[in-house]
Design a protein around this ligand. Structure first.
Ligand SMILES: NC(=O)c1ccc[n+]([C@@H]2O[C@H](COP(=O)([O-])OP(=O)(O)OC[C@H]3O[C@@H](n4cnc5c(N)ncnc54)[C@H](O)[C@@H]3O)[C@@H](O)[C@H]2O)c1
Ligand SMILES: [Zn+2]
Length: 368
């Protein structure tokens, strides 16, 4: 099995670490590898109906008879506690116990549900992540955040539960819907912007290959993403300071996402938020003025929005910004860049104060 390995240290217990293995077309060999790694433990595979219908479950099982659960309907609607109960009861019915390994095959929803179920089943069993979307390969499969939504808010139930291993098979991306594919790549652009200017240039010069889902280029992207996210998470596992840089573009992004009534996909809203941050950087003299053009041009090539959609209620947007979960006294701090590949850090802080007036002007510019 041809794979690149990246080790991620689990900071709460520095002796602990897990491997992210990246390759193309190795799905059918992963379960044997997991069996080798975990000895006699029983496996339980979790996926969703779209991933199963795309043929990935069959490929993963490779003829093995392994108990599995298919989340149906797929997507955020099923990311709730009732699904977790159904999964756990299905594990019990299969006579699985403390020696189980949960294998989560799918996007961020399957990964978040799988990690949460694993973290509470019999007081906690290991989870192996096999992410199949651009979002989950770049973001959610690494970092150890699990969770499901309540009827009132996202990830209301959640734990920190690091995976025991992550397998990224970029070939699974071939069947992903085009809009999901492009929106998910925005998180990769974000990684490049906060940490690696060469990676940003790689994006600029390989955009056609990226859009045509060239496996070699996608493997390179997967490796870069894992290395960047792992390094940030290792240095600040519980988001006290540095990990906040992963929130670049997300303050305005989350507000646009919720004010759109979730019509925009997360990555699409983050694209608008990234341009918002770049406008703020211009206003705060943190940019040479050219940067925003480069970022906008790359995002436009990904065909994601770079403006607030027409008709979005401005008051709702401001309200959502005030309600940002990282807000202090009703106003959030912003992650900004001092350069492509470099987050602006002042007095040791990676998220800085921006006056409300500057944000309001930015929203106006983003809407025209
Ligand atoms: N834990 C974290 O740190 C973290 C980080 C970012 C996002 N998230 C969570 O991730 C979720 C979003 O993840 P997502 O964008 O991957 O969404 P998703 O898992 O809902 O996948 C998007 C859609 O694509 C389908 N799909 C997945 N892989 C496919 C494939 N290879 N071929 C065809 N169809 C496929 C899914 O069934 C779904 O309909 C959200 O719930 C979000 O909160 C978590
Ligand atoms: Zn995000």
């Amino acid at each position: 099995m041809l794979m690149t390995e990246i080790e991620v240290k689990v900071p709460e217990s520095p002796s602990d670490s897990y491997k992210v293995r990246i390759g193309s077309g190795m799905l059918g060999q992963i379960l044997s590898k997991v069996e080798d790694d975990f000895g006699s433990r029983g496996l339980f595979v979790l996926t969703d109906s779209n991933v199963a219908n795309a043929g990935h479950l069959e490929k993963l099982l490779a003829g093995k008879s392994v108990p599995h659960f298919i989340i149906d309907p797929a997507g955020e609607v099923s990311k709730n506690i009732s699904t977790v109960i159904a999964i756990i009861e299905s594990m019990e019915k299969a006579f699985l116990g403390r020696d189980t390994v949960v294998v989560a095959l799918g996007g961020g929803t399957v990964g978040d549900i799988g990690a949460f179920a694993a973290s509470i089943f019999k007081r906690g069993v290991p989870v192996v992540q096999i992410p199949t979307t651009t979002v989950s390969q770049a973001d959610s499969s690494i970092g150890g955040k699990s969770g499901v939504d309540s009827s009132l808010s996202k990830n209301a139930f959640g734990t920190f539960w690091h995976p025991s291993a992550v397998y990224v098979d970029v070939e699974t991306l071939k069947t992903l819907d085009d809009r999901q594919y492009r929106a998910g790549l925005v998180e990769s652009v974000k990684h490049a912007l906060i940490a690696d200017s060469e990676y940003f240039e790689f994006f600029e010069s390989n955009i056609d290959a990226i859009l045509s889902r060239d496996m070699e280029v996608l493997s390179k992207i997967a490796k870069k993403n894992c290395a960047i996210k792992a390094s940030v998470v290792e240095q600040d596992p519980t988001e006290k300071n540095m990990r906040r840089m992963l929130n670049y573009g997300h303050t305005i992004g989350h507000a646009v996402e919720s004010a759109s009534g979730f019509d925009l996909l997360h990555g699409e809203a983050v694209a608008v938020g990234i341009i918002g941050a770049a406008i703020i950087e211009n206003k705060m003299m943190l940019s040479d003025g050219e940067r925003i053009g480069r970022i906008r041009s790359l995002l436009e090539k990904l065909s994601v929005p770079v403006k607030i959609p027409a008709g979005l209620d401005r008051a709702k947007l401001l309200e959502a910004i005030r309600r940002d979960k990282k807000a202090v006294q009703g106003w959030p701090n912003f992650v900004l860049l001092s350069d492509i590949g470099k987050v602006y850090c002042t007095e040791g802080q990676y998220a800085v104060k921006v006056q409300q007036q500057v944000v309001e002007q930015t929203l106006d510019e983003l809407a025209t």
